[in-house]
Design a binder for this molecule. Sequence first.
Ligand code: FUC
Length: 776
Amino acid sequence: MNKRLCLPAVFAAASLILGAAIQANAAAIPATTLWYAKPAEKWTDALPIGNGRLGAMIFGGIPDERIQFNEDTLWKGRPHDYVRAGADKHLAEIRQLLFDGKPGAETLTRETFLSDPVRQKAYQPFGDLRLHFTGQDNATNCQRELDLDSAIARVTCRVDGVTYQREAFASHPDQAIVLRFTADQPGHISFTLKLDSPHTNSQTKAIAPDTLQLTGQVEADGLRFESQARVAAVGGQTTTNDNVITVKNADSATLLLTAATSFKNFQDISADPGPRCSADMAKVSQRKFDAVLADHLADHRNLFRRVTLDLGRTDRAGLATDERLSQVKNSGLDGDPALAALYFQYGRYLLIASSRPGGQPANLQGLWNQELNPPWESKWTLNINCEMNYWPAEVANLGECTGPLFDMIDDLAISGGRTAKEQYGSRGWVVHHNTDLWRGSAPINNIDGVWPTGGAWLCYHLWEHYLFTGDKKFLARAYPDMKPASQFFMDYLVKDPKTGWLVTSPSFSPEQGTLCYGPTMDNQLIRALMNSTIEAAGILGTDKKFAAELAAVRDKLPPNQIGKHGQLQEWLDDVDKPDNNHRHLSPLFALYPGADITPADPKMFAAAKVLLKWRGDGSTGWSFAWRIPLWARAGDGDFAYRQLNGLLQKRTLPNLFDLCGPFQIDGNFGATAGIAELLLQSQQVETRNSKSEVRIIELLPALPKAWPTGSVTGLCARGGFEVDLAWDKGALTRVVIRSKLGNPCLVRGNGHEIELKTEPGRQYVLNGELQTEGHH
Ligand code: FUC
């Protein structure tokens, strides 16, 4: 293909008019566009759009387009309580065997303690739109792109002197997927449309001359679903025959897709998907395309444009995205810093597209899945993956996107309450290492499922949301989940006869070793949960007595321990092996995303670094990704950068989706959070006296050498701040701090420090030496 024409569609028209005058060059390619000079061959080449509930993968085929779509409540199964009846009767014996170091605990746990049934249910694909564009067999100059700034996927091509364009976006305000087909000459839009589904119990028919309806049911007694596709053509003829819509010689056409299921909530699937679908369709099809587009752009940009990132540009930024990725695979990321910035913004885009208030949280694949049996059921794995999805939310200024995660916690407090009672005889609620649409909370799969701190980790996100926003109303809404999560551990923890500490048992250090008690990660997570619950009670002026009781329990948790190699121990006993480079980094929770291990405790900080060093480079995408913020917290930007490089070289698909083995989205989100952590950190506070604390904002705490010059705007810091930074030759040149709440902060960077007393709504401009240049 002629290089001159390998430009995103926004430039294609200009290049055709201006001919050779326009050359592909780095400056012409928007920094937030993924683009390709050929259609997707596989699903993992296709480009994702989503409105948090509806998602679609756009293949960009010419003349045959496939648009595979999802709705985030279409799952196998039905309301179900997975609790293992009678498990509590075996708890004491399992614990005794573990304390005594006798064999048998694993077998007894496997036989008596796992969920019923032992596996949870799978997220499902919904359907496919199939378009055939008549007369486009000999298309040239085909290209496709995903513009992250507008959340629009575009496909363009030329046939016999006519330029064609297709655009697709998933509108959150209109709850529909919207496509528009245009040509630069009238009367040239001709296509057929079909709608089908991989579910065998499904059927499609035309319900109006312009509308197809897909109905089906996942399985007997399972979720029912419906989708409608409606075509509105300008000019030409639109006809329907059985289950095909044919458009001939139109000037342009709009295609609207709505979809719904019978899911009401995790305990109720009695909704009727038909009226839901029809109502969404009636609403969107009455509106003018331009109005739908304008609302979509405003809605998306309100979130997306809060943050910009510039790490510098080279000529490689002008290449197609898959070519850029191949170059990284060959020669590393050094020659293309703009690809790191694109990857960062892609993570933000994917979170906006897969997690919006009112919907389901981003699952293992966000919300994009074409498989009836997806890897790990495309559920929510809680021993790292689901939490990692939400790491970028606060720091990358997308706090609203946490809504679905918090709603899921509300559900788990109900289902997990039953598991706490039935399996452990405890108050409160517990969830183990996975959950699904039915909010399974009992241990699944095998003994490594018996890890009781999934709920504690989820609650950490509630507390983080409060730390970033200072929103007391939110805290009052979160506390009723946090308190019973803590109560569970008050009842459940058991005294280790050897040390007297209160420990989890039976448990696991995620996916390593065997059944054990008191692994370090559990202690860290429970300590974080109890600390935040106590603090929240204080802020809300409630539960004084309870908070004191909780503090007494917290004080008996095992502390972080330093072992014989100087390492932070993973288990209660000092049994760590220096050559253990496992993908999970569980005891390092307290370094990131936790904040219990900081340079304020130099010995423990050094011990955490010993363990982190042992673990070496990543393996799965998410394990590369976790190492990025961990090394950022450890203060080594170059080792963090090496992990980002590894992620892009070894675990990234052509559409920049992350690979675990199969596609899994957590690495996209973890690396996005990690890049932010290299530039800005705010996990530390300085205590002035017993009553007052000042938040520390660290600027460029771990800047990789590969990014000597750059700028970022709109990152968030705990305490209610938004921060813009610019740097050159590795040193800060300009800083803007916007204070939302009027809290004081201690700003550090470039070896300088300044304490700012701030007023809400004001911004403070500092130079590279952190001297104030004024406030506005
Ligand atoms: C955990 C990880 C695997 C995978 C799975 C979904 O079990 O250890 O690598 O990410 O979750």
